[in-house]
Design a protein around this ligand. Structure first.
Ligand SMILES: Cc1cc2nc3c(=O)[nH]c(=O)nc-3n(C[C@H](O)[C@H](O)[C@H](O)COP(=O)(O)O)c2cc1C
Length: 192
């Protein structure tokens, strides 16, 4: 396999700006194909946060799989990819993943990542967090997921929303071992 593949799942939490920025920057990586899965909940949140995003988001995916299609490639461990990120990740999706409930493609694909020991980044988003949410995060972490709450940093002195989401997209890409120039690393001066 020469081409790298990343699965980008989008679930129904707030923060579609993060998904959009991440999809855009993943799509710009040479030799990387982005495989999208958008839950029904995500489509609902997309409509609330900004209708335009739904259509734009899909333009960054080389492949989009229907969330109810559990026969799609990401549902099988024999289909190789280089990692999956769910951004944003709702507490409902977190719970399903933490409990191994793979009844639709988004959750099944995440479950496959855990069993195949492939990188799985969950950009969880809710506030405040209940004991149930915290326990599910610990469960998912212990099963191998990387829990990356949608908590932007401010030490890079962002001035715009784009500065914030771009920096966060870079942090996620770093976890997936992907090249990016989205921010200058601590101690380095140049930035894209
Ligand atoms: C506008 C809107 C914003 C939401 N934001 C969140 C959120 O930030 N975190 C969360 O866990 N659920 C949030 N929800 C609720 C989820 O969308 C809901 O639990 C849904 O069933 C999640 O399903 P999914 O994970 O399959 O997408 C939100 C719902 C709506 C309509």
């Amino acid at each position: 396999m020469t081409e790298k593949r990343i699965v980008l799942g989008v679930s129904g939490a707030s923060g579609m700006e993060y998904a959009l920025a991440l999809a855009r920057h993943l799509a710009a990586v040479p030799g990387l194909s982005v495989h999208g899965i958008i839950s029904a909940g995500a489509r609902q949140v997309l409509e609330h946060e900004c209708v335009r995003y739904g259509a734009e988001l899909e333009t960054y995916f080389q492949y989009v799989y229907a969330v109810d299609n559990v026969a799609a490639p990401p549902a099988s461990g024999s289909w190789h990819h280089d990692g999956m990120v769910i951004c944003p990740c709702s507490m409902a999706s977190l719970a399903a993943i933490a409990q191994g409930v793979g009844t639709h493609l988004l959750h099944r694909a995440a479950d496959v990542c855990l069993k195949e020991r492939r990188p799985l980044v969950l950009v969880v988003r809710e506030t405040p967090l209940s004991a149930v949410h915290l326990r599910n995060m610990l469960r998912a972490h212990q099963a191998g997921a990387i829990i990356m709450p949608a908590c932007p940093g401010f030490y890079h002195q962002p001035r715009t929303l784009d500065d914030i989401v771009r920096h966060f997209a870079g942090r996620v890409m770093e976890q997936l071992g992907l090249p990016h120039t989205l921010y200058a690393r601590w101690g380095e001066t140049e930035s894209a």
